[in-house]
Design a protein around this ligand. Structure first.
Ligand SMILES: CC(C)(COP(=O)(O)OP(=O)(O)OC[C@H]1O[C@@H](n2cnc3c(N)ncnc32)[C@H](O)[C@@H]1OP(=O)(O)O)[C@@H](O)C(=O)NCCC(=O)NCCS
Length: 169
């Protein structure tokens, strides 16, 4: 029997991407509370420890028909998520991994796999100017810097510059 078309198992690296399940939110919440991850992402929720705000945010995310989301697994553990949305007008991706899973190439694997599921182009991404790891992940997957923007970053408590990256094909 063949695998579902968007199930990308790479057993040699322990990485896989699967459909989102509601129970994943418990893990996502813990992963999104991490101070270092918040600092890195910069444009985050005001209070990452607010469970009610987290639930409200995700209710909206999951009710949005234009959101495409997948859960990232590492050896069957929930490593994080990757999703696309159009909240700023253009199709855009974002992702978040629990700190225990950083530095294993997972974000790169996840983005490469997700780009076969989310095939709309151009596709955009935003990254605060000093999030070198995330920018590198995007560039390894073919995204190129296309512009800059700035906005208030809750995790830094100040306005920050961000790169806007584009994937054309
Ligand atoms: C950013 C994040 C997704 C990276 O995940 P990851 O699985 O560790 O990334 P990967 O292992 O696939 O690749 C990271 C790349 O960045 C590089 N990198 C890591 N830290 C770096 C740094 N400080 N400067 C430059 N490059 C860096 C790695 O060497 C690797 O590149 P390489 O393969 O050429 O060596 C993860 O740290 C995370 O979830 N952070 C918190 C949330 C966040 O920032 N989300 C993105 C918002 S735009």
């Amino acid at each position: 029997m063949s695998e579902p078309k968007d199930h990308f198992l790479q057993s040699s690296s322990g990485f896989s991407l699967r459909e989102f399940l509601d129970d994943d939110l418990t893990t996502f919440f813990e992963q999104q509370r991490d101070p270092e991850a918040n600092y890195m992402a910069a444009f985050t929720k005001k209070n990452p420890d607010d469970a009610e705000a987290f639930q409200l945010h995700w209710q909206k995310v999951l009710a949005d028909k234009n959101v495409l989301i997948r859960t990232i697994l590492y050896d069957d553990a929930i490593a994080g998520y990757i999703l696309s949305h159009d909240w700023f007008g253009e199709p855009e991706i974002t992702y978040w991994l629990g700190k225990a899973f950083w530095g294993k190439g997972l974000a790169t694997n996840a983005l490469q796999a997700f780009l076969k599921v989310q095939t709309v182009r151009p596709l955009y991404a935003r990254v605060v100017h000093d999030n070198h790891a995330s920018k590198r992940v995007l560039e390894k997957c073919g995204f190129q810097v296309n512009g800059e923007d700035k906005g208030f970053a809750n995790a830094r408590n100040k306005e920050m510059r961000e790169y806007i990256l584009i994937l054309n094909d």
